[in-house]
Design a protein around this ligand. Structure first.
Ligand code: ADP
Length: 352
């Protein structure tokens, strides 16, 4: 039983000798040479042996695993079997809290970020409404401010839509009902939705590469991901430049879809972080182009939900290339079935 436990587990005999321990307990350095080396855990085990009652608590332990850094463990200690008193065996379970704390922190940060992001357009709307009231007898001003109110309202709508999209994808990892998707159709649809935006700025959208590539997935999600990349390529490029979408089979497992622009590029120090929710290299520029700061987070989750990943190449002042790598639909079968899905999963595991 201990061998399959992911948490740190130790069984002590009546002389405090370790009879058995899980791999995690040894890796954390809680057990050395058949001894439980953490004084607090040992004291707790002795108390439980004396009282015959289980106990639990939270203990900070200096573990060898993180270079002697204190790690917080949720600990449960219980007598094993019917023997109560000095002769009984004791089970010590210790659960590393680092990951669950990190998740809590990320969740707290996210809520704080959302509140901040919502506050900005809502605050602007309130101010604009006040200004409209004051300018009631100046029709030109009313029109101007009403236009700005519409802008802020649409910013708010974009933000809420992106938030809904993000939570929808996170709930659907991996894609629950994958179907055959033609990459050509995804590219055509995404380009169609960005055409106006591009032509307004004199930016040419081009398609290149192999055609006829099929993957298994959710077409709407893939169009959203590619559209986000295209919108960024347009937003962060000067007028009259070129944005190119290329599709190709990278090998016999993976398809690649790249979006290349001739834009401002992304400084190296920011490249790791741009996929985080609400991270922007230049907040003012993102705001000016109507960005929600969630576009690339959505791209990352969509590709992960398909068993793929997204990478970026960039050079400041020259441009950027974002590449989606997605598992190809298995070639053997041409019908979409449960076994197709299983094969795709197999392919994904092999690629990982
Ligand atoms: P936003 O809504 O701000 O565009 P994203 O999540 O889509 O949010 O992107 C995060 C940040 O990454 C952007 O604010 C921008 O600074 C940077 N970025 C994304 N795509 C590009 C690109 N093609 N060229 C330059 N910078 C980019």
């Amino acid at each position: 039983m201990l061998a399959v436990l992911l948490s740190s587990a130790v069984v002590l005999d009546s002389d405090d000798r370790v009879l058995s321990s899980s791999a995690a307990a040894r890796e954390f350095g809680l057990v050395q040479n058949d001894r439980l080396v953490v004084g607090e855990l040992l004291a707790l085990a002795r108390q439980v042996r004396r009282e015959g009652m289980p106990r639990e608590g939270e203990i900070d332990i200096m573990t060898s695993r993180f270079g002697g850094r204190a790690t917080s463990f949720a600990v449960r200690v219980a007598p094993l079997g019917p023997a109560v008193g000095d002769g009984g065996l004791i089970l010590v379970l210790a659960e590393d809290q680092t990951e669950s704390r990190r998740v809590d922190e990320v969740r707290r940060d996210f809520v704080a970020n959302i509140s901040h992001e919502l506050k900005t357009p809502v605050g602007a709307l309130a101010l604009l409404a006040e200004t409209v009231e004051e300018a009631a007898d100046d029709p030109d001003a009313v029109l101007r401010f009403a236009g700005r109110m519409r802008q802020e309202a649409s910013r708010l709508t974009d933000l809420v839509q992106d938030l809904i999209m993000l939570s929808r994808i996170q709930a659907a990892e991996p894609v629950p009902d994958p179907r055959t998707v033609q990459l050509d159709a995804v590219v055509a649809e995404a380009i169609d939705r960005c055409r106006m935006r591009a032509s307004a700025r004199g930016i040419v959208l081009e398609v290149a590469g192999e055609r006829g590539i099929c993957i298994l997935g959710d077409e709407d999600l893939l169009v959203t991901a590619l559209r986000n990349l295209l919108e960024n390529a347009i937003a962060y490029s000067p007028d009259k430049t070129r944005v190119e979408v290329t599709t190709q089979a990278a090998d016999s497992w993976m398809a690649e879809v790249s979006v290349t622009d001739q834009g401002i590029g992304i400084p190296e120090r920011d490249r790791e972080r741009i996929f985080e929710r609400f991270y922007r290299v230049d907040p003012a520029r993102s705001r000016a182009t109507g960005g929600t700061g969630l576009g690339l987070a959505i791209v990352k989750h969509v590709t992960a939900a398909h068993g793929g990943n997204v990478t970026v190449w960039s050079k400041e002042g020259r441009g950027s290339t974002f590449t989606l790598r997605l598992p190809l639909r298995p070639r053997r079968s041409y019908s979409v079935s449960g076994s197709d899905h299983a094969q795709a999963r197999g392919a994904r595991e092999a690629v990982r």
